[in-house]
Design a protein around this ligand. Structure first.
Ligand code: HAM
Length: 419
């Protein structure tokens, strides 16, 4: 037997309705907030991710599925959606539009991580990217969309954490200050963090190793080393969130694992998720469009992990299977008439089904129950001879007779169709 790949999951029919619910909510809320769908390629040139996410991040250093194309060029399965969205924005000159561009996407992403509950190698994101608006109202709008979408799905135990990374111009000075501090703690840092002091000191703040967290607990805070404009932006985002009654906590260590962020960063965590507790995250990335060859364009976005949300959506939110009518046609004369009836009812949008393997009434009724059908049409050769069908309420077991000639019309008038 050939098995699926570790950390790459099948979505079985038992789980699919829950995903359908999440994806429908994503599309509905993204649409309401003015986002348009963009479908982006699953693989891109490796250079795109290295340049945007950052060559010294965990994602680029350790987690990408990278492979040579036949011509020797290096390709990578997308580990996230922002880089591709920005590439597409630049390539198709979307900045020429007079409107701010608001794009959303749903789809698989790939990271070579150690699989565990809520952490996969192929996982799925719903993400949004809002290009062209620098003011803090845009940050509030994006965070409000994330919060509202998660509230709509009734996820329990959520916390919104907020931080600012300052402007790009603030970064070198803060990095230098942080580096000087970290050097004084180097004896207590893990080997990864030691390496990071030089290459990417901000990432040390995000290390999960308890000793490193302790050693850097009193590290200089970014917020104390940013420009007045950046501080005012952050204050405006906070007051905007308060005005919309969106609760948040400040987390000065929230630096994110991708290097493109500037100013506002945020993450929604859930107490019910264990170690992989981030449901979704995002932030501003005002320098990235330019880095990828476009005009200077402010931008902000977020992405959520569908697998993690699926673990949290309350059971009662999952739609029940919608099997309304079962056709129990059996016998040489009745079976073709039953098939025709099924054909007509479906054509009119009625959810109707039949198990072709069943040949007796008993077997049909058993299947109708298994399929949780609300009603069954019973049609044997006797009924055909009498010119009628029997409609059975599967719950009350009550039965009534309907004329065969007008069976489809009467069924359609009493059972609501879906279309
Ligand atoms: P990220 O924090 O890397 O951000 O990922 C966003 C979300 O994707 C996480 O909060 C988590 O729910 C989910 N996720 C990440 N890795 C895995 C995994 N291995 N298995 C399951 N779920 C996972 C980004 O990807 C940014 N592109 C977000 C963004 C958009 N920032 C601006 N715009």
């Amino acid at each position: 037997m050939i098995k699926g790949i570790k950390g790459v999951k099948d979505l079985l029919p038992t789980e699919a309705p829950r995903w359908g619910l999440i994806e429908a909510a994503a599309r509905r809320w993204a649409g309401l907030y003015g986002y348009q769908e963009i479908r982006l390629p699953i693989f891109e040139s490796t250079e795109l991710f290295a340049r945007s996410i950052g060559s010294t991040t965990d994602i680029v250093e350790k987690e990408m599925y990278t492979f040579p194309d036949r011509d020797g060029s290096s390709l990578t399965l997308r580990p996230e959606g922002t880089a591709g969205a920005v590439r597409s924005y630049v390539e198709h000159n979307l900045s020429a539009s007079p409107l701010p561009q608001k794009l959303y996407y749903l789809g698989p992403m790939f990271r070579h991580e150690r699989p565990q509950a809520g952490r996969l190698r192929q996982f799925h994101q719903f993400g949004v990217e809002f290009f062209g608006t620098a003011v803090p109202e845009a940050d509030v709008d994006v965070i409000a969309l994330l919060w509202r979408f998660l509230q709509d799905l009734k996820l329990p135990g959520l916390t919104l954490e907020l931080n600012t990374l300052g402007d790009l111009a603030d970064r070198p000075q803060y990095k230098a200050i942080l580096r000087d501090f970290l050097v004084t703690r180097s004896a207590r840092l893990c080997s990864n963090c030691l390496r990071r002091i030089e290459s990417n000191p901000l990432r040390v703040l995000d290390c999960k190793v308890p000793e490193c967290r302790e050693a850097s607990a009193d590290a200089p805070r970014i917020v104390d080393h940013i420009s007045d404009e950046a501080r005012a932006h952050f204050a405006a985002v906070q007051s905007g969130l308060r005005a919309l009654d969106i609760p948040f906590q400040l987390n000065p260590r929230l630096v994110r694992g991708l290097d493109y962020y500037t100013l506002t960063t945020f993450e929604v965590t859930c107490t019910h998720l264990g170690a992989q507790n981030a449901v979704g995250a995002g932030g501003r990335y005002d320098g990235l469009v330019e880095v990828l060859g476009g005009p200077k364009t402010p931008a902000i976005g977020f992405a959520v992990g569908i697998e993690r949300i699926a673990l949290l959506v309350p059971k009662e939110m999952t739609p029940a299977p919608d099997h309304r009518l079962y056709i129990a046609a059996f016998g040489a004369a009745a079976t073709p008439i039953g098939l025709r009836l099924l054909h007509v009812l479906r054509a009119h949008g009625l959810h109707a089904d039949m198990d072709y393997r069943a040949t007796t009434l008993k077997a049909h009724l058993r299947q109708a129950d298994r399929m949780t059908c609300a009603y069954t049409v019973i049609l044997g050769d006797d009924e055909v001879a009498k010119g009628l069908v029997i409609l059975r309420n599967m719950h009350s077991k009550e039965q009534e007779e309907l004329p065969l000639a007008t069976a489809s019309e009467s069924l359609l008038s009493r059972l609501p169709s879906r279309s």
